[in-house]
Write a protein that binds this ligand. Structure first.
Ligand SMILES: [Fe+2]
Ligand SMILES: [Fe+2]
Length: 330
């Protein structure tokens, strides 16, 4: 099980003082952050790096997985929770993210990125503990976890993990909002995951800023190779997701029934709200904007998924106008 002592001298909150007011204050501190002054931080500069890394450290949420009080569920809600087709893949994703981020952080000589990405890896380990506690509390059976070898190409592994989180978090923001609107699960259970979801927003915010900083600081001769690798990562992730949707896991082996493409079918599994795919995408966009609104505007936001989805929704609207079709009623 991952080590639960946070790095950088950070502390977890202890049990008795974790009142609703303190939890609310910790959630707020993780969501709203401004750096000192308003001097522009040029992308790739030391000031940009300091801003991104300080944001990450100062928005750390000190929640302790062991004090999460898993609520009693009705038999129906318990059945719905146990049947969600995500538990194996969720646990394995956190394990892989922790190992890959740690491997990349360990190889970085820059102390600020080393500390920030190392803390990110630690937070993935904490997500793993939260999930382990949840599956234990509700008696969810997991497939035996595969053992992972540390990556040889740590930059590739970090890029795959970072972009993968950009895709998954974007959809998770919308699915989480949908789960909140629905009475499928008790609000106390949904609220338990609020810090985890916001943490994923912080992770991809850090990744977007690291990526932009890293690009600017690469020597010119290395930039084309790096950009080719970024394209290759997207191609790999596209193939992996199509593979998962077709029932193959990322090693090409047949996936278990759990691993089907959750973001496509997820809305029905987390809520009883009827929603069309375009409306769900619009919700993901709105939630994406809301979750990043509170951070210093000098930090870059992840753009690929929002741009892609905005383009598809925009093209759909134009197509419907041209063909005289009215938008479907959700
Ligand atoms: Fe995570
Ligand atoms: Fe993450």
């Amino acid at each position: 099980m991952p080590d639960l002592t946070p790095p950088l001298g950070l502390q977890l909150a202890d049990a008795p003082p974790a009142t609703p007011a303190l939890i609310e204050a910790a959630d707020r501190a993780a969501r709203f952050w401004r750096g000192d002054g308003a001097t522009p931080a040029a992308i790739g500069s030391a000031a940009h790096r300091a801003l991104a890394c300080r944001m990450f450290r100062e928005t750390f949420n000190p929640y302790k997985p062991s004090i999460i009080d898993w609520p009693q569920l009705t038999p129906d809600a318990l059945h719905r929770l146990v049947s969600l087709p995500i538990w194996d893949i969720a646990v394995q994703t956190e394990d892989k993210a922790m190992m890959r981020m740690k491997a990349y952080a360990d190889g970085i000589t820059d102390p600020e990125w080393h500390a920030a990405i190392g803390l990110n890896a630690w937070e993935e380990g904490r997500h793993r503990v939260v999930l382990s506690n949840l599956v234990e509390a509700y008696g969810i059976a997991l497939a035996p976890a595969p053992s992972y070898k540390p990556p040889r190409d740590t930059e590739w592994a970090y890029l795959v993990t970072g972009f993968s989180e950009c895709i998954d978090s974007f959809f998770a923001f919308g699915l989480f909002a949908l789960a909140k609107q629905s009475a499928f699960f008790p609000p106390e259970l949904v609220d338990t995951f609020e810090p985890v979801i916001q943490e994923e927003a912080r992770h991809i915010l850090l990744f977007a800023n690291w990526l932009a900083w890293h690009r600017r600081n690469l020597p010119l001769w290395r930039r084309p190779w790096f950009e080719l690798r970024v394209w290759a990562v997207w191609a790999f992730l596209g193939w992996e997701r199509i593979g998962i949707a077709r029932g193959l896991d990322d090693s090409g082996a047949p996936a278990s029934a759990q691993d089907n493409n959750f973001t496509v079918t997820g809305s029905k599994a987390v809520s009883d709200v009827e929603i069309s795919v375009p409306d769900l995408m619009a919700l993901c966009l709105a939630e994406n904007d809301r979750r990043f609104a509170g951070y210093d505007s000098r930090l870059l936001r992840p753009t690929t998924m929002p741009t892609l989805v905005r383009t598809v929704l925009g093209a759909r609207t134009v197509w419907r106008r041209m063909t005289g079709r009215r938008p479907a009623v959700a």
